[in-house]
Ligand binder design. Structure first.
Ligand SMILES: [Fe+2]
Length: 165
């Protein structure tokens, strides 16, 4: 596993992915504020935003502690850049045209599913398996967050259907 030749590129991946997590957290904090009248919704967005901030910290940690150890980048950095750019556009779009709760939830679920492989545990493969394990363990805590969003969307859709008859 020789990764020494393009270390600069490799460190960039941590920065791009950190930016993606930061934007996701920003989006969820915005939703928590936007839907503040709905206590459960606001709580869920807030909790999810904090989890994204944890993901962000993992990339910061990797960039600080492990930038000089052996690893390979397991994703396409250009795709990560595109995702980062798209997220920026999404943020400004939803600020100009705030979505309703159902739309916000279903878009967030779609987004989470398409970004699942851009988390620390899958972005790089460390030669030292014990480092890989640290990040895997960190992710275990909030793996269910897409599940929570899905369950909440089902509830919201259900109560709207009940209401509309
Ligand atoms: Fe995340």
């Amino acid at each position: 596993m020789d990764t020494t030749s393009n270390h600069a590129d490799h460190c960039l991946i941590f920065k791009i992915c950190a930016r993606i997590e930061a934007q996701t957290a920003e989006l969820y904090h915005y939703y928590s504020e936007l839907f503040r009248e709905n206590h459960d919704a606001a709580q869920l967005w807030h909790k999810t935003a904090l989890e994204e901030e944890n993901h962000l910290r993992q990339f910061e940690l990797a960039d600080r502690l492990y930038r000089n150890v052996d690893f390979v980048v397991a994703i396409d950095p250009e795709r990560a850049e595109r995702v980062c750019h798209k997220l920026g556009m999404l943020l400004s779009h939803v600020r100009q045209q705030p979505p309703d709760l159902e739309t916000a939830l279903s878009r967030a679920i779609e987004m989470e599913e398409s970004l699942a492989d851009l988390h620390m545990e899958s972005v790089v493969r460390f030669a030292d398996g014990s480092i890989q394990k640290i990040f895997k363990a960190m992710m275990r805590f909030d793996q269910e967050h897409v599940q929570l969003l899905k369950r909440f969307l089902t509830d919201v859709t259900q109560s709207r259907t009940d209401r509309d008859g």
